[in-house]
Design a protein around this ligand. Structure first.
Ligand code: UDP
Length: 236
């Protein structure tokens, strides 16, 4: 029994690097594609937003002297590169998929329009929504909360390399403990940096629950979809 009918899956660009320092690790990409295929075969409608941090981030670009707006545009293009890579990996596995772009750039991808994405989801195609929100000064976390809300997803699944939300960064603080469940308010109060606040606020205001889980362990996506509490659930 699946808990969700339609999900928005957010994948971080950084995770796509695998053990590399930069770019796309094809083993990791293959793992993601296999997990997504298995989920799609369960009849779950899947929309995916991928970050671009493995290639370029506008903020780091600005720190190196790039113009912020152009740096963010470079970052958005990085998400398009990752989306094409995932689309190609899914196609290789025989999974019907379609890449949409938040900025017009046919024939690389179809220009995002909510009704067309809904149609593709209803047909059982996996949709990959690239280019974030299409605007600078935003992140792909905000892009995924926006798309999740627009597409009326039941949940936003934030796949990370950590298995949930902790009281502190578990990679830095060994005493950090994990939450099975947390409210949006508590995230603000504790100053937890799971996503940027714009994304968290959008989810809260539009009642989109979030599940943060470890996507880098193959099989975990299916577990989350079956309702196993392996990550942290964010709600009211
Ligand atoms: N970006 C943007 N607008 C958006 C989404 C992304 O300008 O709506 C740019 C921004 O520069 C960001 C980069 O794209 O740093 C990559 O996205 P993000 O940092 O969210 O990727 P992740 O951390 O998930 O790999």
């Amino acid at each position: 029994m699946n808990t969700f009918k339609r999900v928005l899956l957010k994948l971080s660009g950084e995770s796509l690097m695998g053990a590399q320092q930069y770019g796309i690790d094809t083993d990791r990409l293959g793992d993601y594609a296999r997990d997504i295929k298995a989920a799609s075969e369960q009849g779950i409608q899947i929309a995916i937003v991928i970050g671009g941090g493995n290639i370029f981030r506008g903020l780091s670009g600005a720190a190196q002297g790039f113009d912020r707006v152009q740096g963010d545009q470079m970052g958005m293009l990085a998400t398009v590169i990752n989306s094409l890579a995932l689309g190609s990996a899914l196609t290789a596995l025989g999974v019907k998929n379609r890449v949409f772009t938040a900025i017009r750039m046919e024939p690389i991808g179809e220009y995002y329009a909510q009704p067309r994405v809904l149609e593709a989801l209803e047909r059982g195609e996996v949709v990959i929504l690239s280019g974030g929100t299409g605007n600078p000064y935003f992140t792909t976390d905000t892009g995924s909360s926006l798309r999740g809300i627009e597409l009326k997803a039941d949940v936003m699944l934030k796949g990370t390399r950590v298995d949930g939300i902790y009281t502190a960064d578990p990679e830095k603080d060994p005493t950090a403990t994990k939450f099975d469940r947390i409210t949006y308010d508590e995230i603000y109060q504790r100053g937890l940096k799971i996503m940027d606040l714009t994304a968290t606020t959008m989810c809260m205001e539009n009642k989109l629950p979030i599940i943060v889980f470890d996507m880098d362990t193959p099989g975990n996506l299916l577990k989350v979809l079956r309702g196993e509490s392996i990550g942290t659930y964010v709600g009211f």
